[in-house]
Design a protein. Structure first.
Lengths: 66, 259
């Protein structure tokens, strides 16, 4: 298992988990976009992006804005 | 009709999607405003809450052009990352670029704003920078490739109107070919009309409508004010004078005696 944070919350995740697997576990659809360690990770790389110990994952979705 | 970046619109009022009493009232108010462009944001996903999703589904039904923002960013780097995420999430290369330099009055950081604008333009974005009314900053943003500038009227959410009309008039005079939209600080329809009478291309606002007792009616009032102000600018305002000048003809004034 590895320790990561998702939107600021500590989470345990199975080794060699990809970003795509994480999104599937959380039931995220197309209305979620991602960054890992402050770097944008586009959808085209979700399946190949393996998460590592200490990663900080941001999952963002649409919100009201001014 | 007017040209905003690569699109053409009827309405010169751009409106925000935040702070409304409910998603339903938000939709009604945005419709009443006549706006074709609506600002949105992106925030951490909340799986346990359906509220965000309800907002998004409701907004999509309006079929408007989206202008995502980078609200809350305090550095060029986070603003750039947020813009990249917004481009994928909302499917648009338009970005309202906000980089806050001071939390007290939410004043933009001009240095980080310019850095972020340069990078995002290089990456193919149409950057709508939320900026102060500083002429030199605005000139630098134009030199960096911004075709649109969004100087503030007053700090975000204050509703104080145009704190520095002189600076805004100077921007209009010195940047005649740049699309200028006053963003932030508008509190009343008269403020929006004033902006348009000065020859600005548009107005972006949110709180003044969303926080009104009746947001739908206020959206209508702003739609009319922006339209009236723009028409007045095209019609040409009379020059202000220091001395009175009678409007009624003086010839034939009754009971008139030369002393």
């Amino acid at each position: 298992m590895i320790n990561i944070t998702i939107n600021g919350e500590a989470t345990l995740l199975a080794d060699t988990s990809t970003l795509a697997q994480l999104l599937a576990q959380r039931g995220c659809g197309n209305s979620v976009v991602t960054a890992v360690n402050d770097t944008f990770v586009p959808r085209s790389r979700h399946s190949s992006h393996v998460l590592r110990e200490g990663d900080r994952v941001e999952l963002l979705s649409p919100m009201e804005g001014g | 009709m007017w040209q905003l970046a690569d699109k053409t619109f009827d309405s010169r009022l751009l409106i925000g999607s935040a702070l409304y009493p409910s998603p339903h009232i938000m939709q009604q108010a945005i419709r009443a405003s006549g706006s074709a462009v609506v600002t949105v944001s992106l925030r951490r996903q909340q799986p346990s809450s359906a509220g965000g999703q309800a907002f998004w589904e409701g907004l999509k039904t309006l079929g408007l052009t989206l202008l995502p923002n980078t609200a809350g960013c305090h550095s060029a780097r986070t603003a750039i990352t947020t813009a990249l995420m917004a481009r994928e999430l909302f499917g648009t290369h338009w970005i309202k670029l906000e980089v806050i330099g001071d939390d007290y009055n939410l004043q933009p950081d001009p240095f980080a704003l310019l850095d972020a604008a340069r990078e995002l333009i290089a990456q193919g974005f149409e950057v709508f920078p939320y900026c102060t009314d500083d002429l030199v900053l605005c000139e630098r943003l134009v030199e960096a490739g911004c075709r649109i500038l969004m100087p503030w009227g007053a700090p975000i959410g204050t509703g104080r109107g145009l704190l520095n009309p002189y600076a805004l008039r100077t921007l209009r005079a010195r940047l005649p070919t740049t699309t200028l939209i006053v963003d932030a600080g508008i509190g009343a329809p008269s403020h929006a009309a004033q902006v348009m009478e000065m020859g600005f291309d548009g107005v972006l606002l949110n709180s003044a409508v969303a926080l009104a007792r009746d947001p739908v009616a206020m959206a209508t009032a702003f739609r009319q004010a922006v339209s009236a102000g723009h028409l007045a600018h095209r019609a040409g305002l009379m020059a202000a004078r220091d001395t009175a000048s009678p409007s009624t003809p003086v010839v034939g004034t009754p009971f008139w005696h030369q002393s």
